[in-house]
Design a binder for this molecule. Sequence first.
Ligand SMILES: [Zn+2]
Length: 723
Amino acid sequence: MKKNAEKTETVDSSAIEMKTLHFHQENVHDFAWFADKNWIVRKGELLLSDSTRNISLWSFYLPKNAELWENSIEYLHDSGYWYSKFYGDYPYNHITAVDGDMSAGGGMEYPNITVISRSGSKDLLEYVIMHEVGHNWFYGILGSNERDHTWMDEGLNEYSNIRYWQKKYKGRNEQIIVQEFVQNKLGIAKNLSMNWFTYAGYANSGKSRDAQPLNLTAEKYTGGNYGQHYSKTAVFMRYLQHYLGEDKMDEILQDFYRQWEFRHPYPEDLEAVFSAHLQEDLDWFFDNVFEKTTYVDYGIKKTDDRFVLHNYGTFTCPVEVAFYNGSGQEIQRDWHHNIDNKKKLSPPLAAVSARIDPDQHMPDVNRRNNSTQKSLNLNFVWDQPTYFNHDVNIVPWFFSYNYYNGFTPGLTIFSGFAPGYDGSGNALSFLYDFEHKKPVGGFSITRPIRSISLFHASSLNINMNHGSGRTGFNARISGTIKEPYVESPVARINANLFYHHLDSTAFDPFLYDGGKFLITSLRYSKNWELNIDSELTFRIGIKMGKDFARSYLSSDVNHRFTKNIATKIRLFVSRYLLTKELPAQYRTYLSGSIDSDFEQNILDRTGNSEALQVLSHIYYDGGPGLRGLVLDKDGRPLATEKMAWSLRINQELPYMPGDIFFDIGGTAGVENHFIVSGLHFGPLFIPFYQSWEVKYKIPNNGQWVLDRLRLGFNVSLPFGINF
Ligand SMILES: [Zn+2]
């Protein structure tokens, strides 16, 4: 093989004379044509292994993308080379890639030529170029019906992408570089590989109740599932290759290519070629992967010297298990078939530990339970999980700040959350409060719940935190209720149990009472996407403490009239069912939330800072949520133990940045209602009318506006470390 790239001069001026160009190509079912006089034009060549034909490689790209595209001829060469080697020789004389410099998907394939979107890195560009060039085989030469059997072109092609990367980048462990500095200098995600990238695209969907079989026509597919044509097909074909062996796979797919070159194969034609080459019936593979939504989940357990292989999944496929001796060397490896439930394995005498699918070819949706012995694997910030070990990510944490504790640097340690963990994750934060010279932090545990059939998907989160003058606990079940395959309506249920122990010296005594509080809350919401421009949301909730109970109701209507005109309306009403003893923080504040249950990162709950204190210039949305600050007669934020209501409107208008807000609200205890209106831009709320002002209801000078300016700040830190 020979790679040869040369640079050709570009001519800037347009020719005055008209000319006629003729393009001719046999055996293609589509064409495309691109032109741009600013292109840098590069040419290379590819000699196929039979050495009789020389294929011209062309890449056309804009000068501004020159650095990214500098190796584009190499990508074209290697794509042509590997696909020819895997499946059969490229039959045409040109392979061309065009820099589309747009952001419409990754790229678009046409016979002989492909247009490529903007890419974030050289590897991502190579990925897209090889993928689009690969469509010459899967879609072009093997002209399957891409609308009826999308997996046959996108999926088999994506599988080939993993193969290409494995061959070409074996030396760097199939690494794909999305961000050079982050991965190779900082060492974050340094082991990210192409095959894991594809597995990650599949693993979370495998067990979803929204999963759809691949053999559906394109219009029956929901948007969220479309990617499964690529990733699910790719990961299962990769697994099949491992099961059959690469030589066998090559033999079969090369025969498929020979038989169906320039014709229109259907799924059964592919399956027939597999059958012709194998003794074994592959119905189990084709049925499960393409016709069903079954998923693979094996697990292995060791008790004393017994190794038991469990099938927790719904797809019973052959599974490979390896045994290791005391020094960690592999001593035996076997395939196991027909494990419907569980099977006691017969390990070799020296076996100390075992792993399922030791090279990780099987798209097991939960890889956490695939080894009997785990050692500790520490990563800086995050890396691709090994799953066989305890993969623990250590994040230096500088960002947590609140006025009471000051900056609290420390470490957050987490594991899980990534695809392949089945929705599980743990996090632990050790932070230090230099002001009070004591540690702060907490932990958070997240697990999926599958036993509540009411829910489409649900999870349990438990977290405990110490910081900001509070020691607290929260257990939360959140679940969605909806029909499979539909995106609307979706209902959500959120049930919480909170415990707070508040040190009264750490809080603004007007806003928060100190002491111990046990709180339960239940929230139900339902959202309808009426059409692409309109949605409706309805919420109802109740919160209860020892001697109080408060209920609320709110509703949102959002509608976009034109590109620049949109309206959002929110109606809110709350009332108390019981107020025998109402702690200050559970009163209803008219002008925003004080986050009584510590679900957000609040900058100052002490009331001692001028700029940061809650309910002043910093605005946390919640409750009636008037965007202007209403004060009581003592100059404190107005709070009520009675019914409260608000109507809020956000109006986007043409030729205006941000939007205009208009809020009206009131409470049963106060005769007048309150109106505020102003400009909302980014996180800023800039009032220009406040009805409750005694002196000037509209600005009399710039200071009036500055005094009333508010900054929207609803931030929830990851892993539940909110103080
Ligand atoms: Zn594609």
